[in-house]
Design a binder for this molecule. Structure first.
Ligand code: HEM
Ligand SMILES: *[C@@H]1O[C@H](CO)[C@@H](O)[C@H](O)[C@H]1NC(C)=O
Ligand SMILES: *[C@@H]1O[C@H](CO)[C@@H](O)[C@H](O)[C@H]1NC(C)=O
Length: 496
């Protein structure tokens, strides 16, 4: 500044005083600005709430509410009543801000990679693998999403529908036929497991693989401590076994694909269809050196994890709500009888067009997921200091958004605790109905989950009579929700 004045010394007087005046004004302005910023920073506080005990915080309260499937009623609601829609707490060692509402969902979910990144417990990361999509950020994440999305494009879905039908009908033949008493939730888990492998990935699975995966899943949210017999050690051991099986499959696939590309273009249509399956797409990336073998394995494990408990719970809750609401059931049944009447006979495969006619069924399924979200929300981590709603969320803190914040709120859904599929007659505003999340990390398997649910409902309601054994069976969470008895139902074949 002094230098400037010196160089301007020769300037005529009036111009000189003008320059001085300008300098004074600009310095004052910048000082005022600085002061204002300081004041603003001082004013911004972290959201209200109770941090509880050191490290443990309110973890026990949270776990207890979760176990009873009462996270909203016993944990979120009492705190929002006291502190407002945004409050702080401490969970598993991390200071955490819980946010509620459509604006909060939009703010958090759409700012993935910019302000926040997804944040999973260390046990999940160790079991799913550090190369799975949930640990990827930015461009690496985008590329992997692209590969998955291609296997769920319109053409792929069109080819997938008959395959899902085939999986569903063989499943019903095996587990429902000649039975009068089955566990809907447990048997459906076997089906959703098979569907990810056979219809999305294009892999054959042996029956014992289901058990291995179940053991991994049991450890995904367990404390990450390894001692003989702990849930986490058992899970890690199972993960290793799966890895061995998958590495063999991937290397075999690679060999086949390299050989067939050497043989040239003489392959028929069958090969082409095969090539659209996700495993082939991943192996193509592997051959081109775009992805590693670890990435292929980790993502297969992750997809199975993401797909199977969620979809089977959504199916179970859809049937529970249908049993409780006979009027809805008869409307739904009518929809399926109409689709069936355009077919030559029973047992015929459906088409993608048929599934588009299942509008009411999808409303019933969505309404069931609104009340019973398979994933109640998820954690993010602030990668910068975030200013939100007049509060500061410090860098490094976790942020939890929940489906309950909108799904159970009368502002967004009239009489929110009532089951009413017709509320989906009208369009729902973005970030209000969020069982599949939103933003760059919105569920990558949404289309598959939808087809799986619609097609399963179709074959069950057209082929079987069914009724719940425990209409009020409690739902528990560990950490994903499930019916505590496995949802036993009585069944008998429909004579068409
Ligand atoms: C009713 C069934 C399902 C529900 C309710 C559901 C829900 C969700 C939710 C809420 C997220 C976002 C999590 C977050 O924001 O942190 C998510 C992510 C994901 N889902 Fe699903 N999901 C279902 C079925 C599936 C299926 C069948 C697949 C696979 C084929 C799948 C694959 C994925 C993947 C790969 C991600 C991670 C996406 C990413 O990080 O970019 N999901 N799912
Ligand atoms: C249904 O589709 C599957 C898989 O594409 C096929 O194998 C099966 O023969 C089809 N079934 C009927 C009845 O068309
Ligand atoms: C169904 O089967 C289970 C176990 O096989 C049994 O405990 C239960 O009593 C049966 N329920 C009915 C209604 O048959």
């Amino acid at each position: 500044m002094a230098l400037d004045l010196n160089t301007n010394f020769a300037l005529p007087n009036c111009l000189f005083s003008l320059v001085v005046a300008l300098i004074i004004v600009s310095v004052t302005l910048s000082l005022m600005q600085k002061k204002k910023n300081n004041e603003k920073e001082k004013k911004l506080e972290v959201p209200p709430g109770k941090m509880g005990l050191p490290w443990i915080g309110e973890t026990m309260e949270f776990y207890k509410a979760q176990k009873n499937n009462q996270i909203f009623e016993d944990f979120v609601q009492p705190r929002t009543a006291k502190y407002g829609k945004i409050f702080k707490t401490r969970l598993m060692g991390s200071p955490t801000v819980v946010v509620n509402g459509a604006d909060a969902n939009r703010f958090l979910l759409s700012n993935e990679f910019k302000l926040v990144i997804s944040s999973w417990p260390s046990s999940s990361v160790q079991l799913m693998g550090k190369d799975s999509i949930m640990e990827k950020q930015g461009n690496a994440h985008h590329c992997l999403r692209g590969v998955i999305a291609k296997s769920l494009s319109y053409a792929s879905l069109d080819a997938m529908v008959p395959k899902i039908c085939d999986s569903v009908t063989s499943h019903l033949d095996k587990y429902w036929n000649n039975q009068n008493n089955i566990s809907l939730y447990r048997t459906t888990k076997i089906l959703t497991f098979k569907i990810v492998f056979e219809c999305l990935l294009g892999m054959k699975v042996e029956a014992e693989m289901v058990g291995m995966f179940e053991r991994v899943l049991e450890g995904v949210f367990a404390l990450p401590i390894s001692f003989p017999g702990s849930k986490f050690s058992r899970a890690k051991k199972a993960r290793k076994e799966i890895e061995n099986v998958l590495v063999d499959i991937v290397q075999q696939k690679r060999k086949e694909m390299e050989e067939s590309s050497r043989r040239g273009e003489e392959e028929g249509e069958e090969e082409e269809e095969e090539g659209s399956m996700l495993l082939s797409r991943l192996v193509v990336g592997l051959i081109r050196g775009e992805i590693t073998e670890e990435e292929v394995v980790d993502n297969v494990v992750l997809l199975v994890f993401a797909a199977h408990d969620t979809t089977s719970f959504a199916i179970a809750m859809t049937f529970r709500m249908l049993a409780h609401h006979p009027n809805c059931f008869s409307l739904l049944l009518q929809e399926h009888m109409e689709i069936l009447s355009n077919k030559r006979g029973g047992g015929e495969n459906l088409t993608l067009e048929d599934t588009k006619k299942m509008k009411y069924t999808w409303q019933v399924a969505r309404e069931s997921m609104r009340l019973f979200p398979p994933i109640f929300g998820s954690f993010r981590k602030a990668i910068v200091d975030i200013e939100y709603e007049g509060f500061i969320i410090p860098k490094g803190w976790k942020v939890l958004w929940t489906t309950y914040g909108t799904h159970y709120n009368g502002e967004y859904f009239r009489d929110p605790m009532e089951f009413d599929p017709s509320r989906f007659d009208e369009a729902i505003q973005p970030y209000v109905f969020v069982p599949f999340g939103g933003g760059p990390r919105v569920c990558a398997g949404y289309q598959l989950a939808k087809l799986n649910m619609l097609i399963f409902v179709h074959f069950v309601v057209t082929c079987y009579h069914w009724s719940l054994q425990y209409p009020e069976e409690p739902i528990t969470m560990d950490p994903l929700p499930f019916p505590s008895q496995g949802m036993p139902i009585n069944i008998s074949p429909k004579l068409l």
